[in-house]
Design a binder for this molecule. Structure first.
Ligand code: PEP
Ligand code: MN
Length: 343
């Protein structure tokens, strides 16, 4: 249930109302509905037995709307306008399209510094690199851990980029958040509910990747875990799903982009690198994702892709990245958007 509040309601009155609702047993989340009207969402299951009309008489409430979708806070009933996630002066989800680029893993100080320099020169604004890697085999390179986070954050700062890196475990959240601007939840962890709940307790943006076999509903409910625990800054990432096709590593679900943007106010970005797994397919799928309405891209880029310690076959070089970003410009313009460039 969503309680729409009176215009110009005082903070004191809002807090009193929240206190009263909490005392009644509700979990209450503050929001802004259409026309920036303040609202309170009652998000636990208690309201199911209650009559919405009864809430209209509460002081400060002018309207009561249903929140029938299972993803109450991620859905457009809670917020119909797109959410813009603020990140160190950069806006994710607005008219500007963000490019996140960098290697699959942080490999060494020199390697990530060189990568940062090259992707910044191409126009990317966010540097990616995994320090904690969810590898399918325990014998593959697992990432450099904390020192990798340090190298990534130094390289990002040096070239005026923001940083994104994966957090795999609840016990590492504070550590990763200490170094990194955007915390990534990998596809394999999309339904790690204790990780999601704990990421809801910080306020840094969370880049949530779609699970390998997750439906849109499951994906949005994973986002709901973070939102309902108190962190409104969630970015969804379509990174391909597993299908019967074996030619590609995954099947990038382009339809997910407009569908998620219709179901949810959260920004949606696409990862064509993991989505297809083939270097030569990154450019066309990047263009397809932006044409479908993606708010950004996550692209694995390495100074010498064949030597990348992980995901070499899907990693592109900086020349290819520059070409991709340039080719996105006319698509963005045709959609009344632009590519945010670092330089
Ligand atoms: C990654 O971004 O390097 C990664 C491991 O992605 P995913 O979780 O989508 O496989
Ligand atoms: Mn990778």
């Amino acid at each position: 249930m969503l309680l729409i509040l009176e215009k110009n309601i005082s903070l004191k009155a809002v807090n009193e109302l929240i206190g009263r609702l909490q005392w009644m047993g509700f979990q209450v989340v503050k929001g802004h509905h259409d026309n920036n009207r303040e609202s309170l969402a009652l998000v636990n299951s208690l309201h199911k037995q209650l009559n919405p009309a009864a809430f209209k008489d509460l002081p400060g409430v002018i309207d009561v709307l249903p929140l029938d979708k299972p993803y109450k806070l991620a859905g457009t009933d809670f917020k119909s306008k797109p959410s813009i996630i603020p990140c160190q002066g950069l806006s994710i989800g607005g008219p500007g399209i963000v490019i996140m680029a960098g290697s699959c893993s942080v490999e060494s100080e020199e390697q990530i510094m060189e990568t940062a320099k090259l992707v910044a020169a191409c126009g990317a604004t966010i540097l990616r690199g995994g320090a904690y890697k969810p590898r399918t085999s325990p014998y593959d390179f697992q990432g450099l851990g904390e020192i990798g986070l340090h190298y990534l954050s130094q390289a990002a700062k040096q070239y005026h980029l923001l940083s994104v890196s994966e957090v795999m475990d609840t016990t590492e959240i504070d550590l990763v958040a200490n170094y990194i601007d955007i915390l990534q939840v990998g596809a394999r962890n999309m339904q790690n509910y204790s990780l999601l709940k704990n990421l809801g307790k910080i306020n840094k943006p969370i880049l949530l990747k779609r699970g390998l076999s997750a439906t849109y509903k499951e994906f949005l409910l994973a986002a709901e875990y973070i939102l309902s625990a108190g962190n409104p800054n969630v970015i969804l990432c379509e990174r391909g799903i597993r299908t019967f096709e074996t030619y590609t590593r995954n099947t990038l679900d382009i339809a997910a982009i407009p569908i998620l943007k219709e179901l949810s106010h959260l920004p949606v970005i696409a990862d064509p690198s993991h989505g297809v797994g083939l270097r030569n397919m990154v450019a066309p799928m990047s263009r397809a994702a932006i044409a479908a309405g993606a708010d950004g891209l996550l692209i694995e880029t390495h100074p010498d892709p064949d030597k990348a310690l992980s995901d070499a076959q899907q990693t592109i070089n900086p020349t290819m990245l520059a070409e991709i970003i340039n080719s996105l410009e006319p698509i963005a313009i045709s959609l009344d958007r632009s590519i945010i460039r670092s330089q």
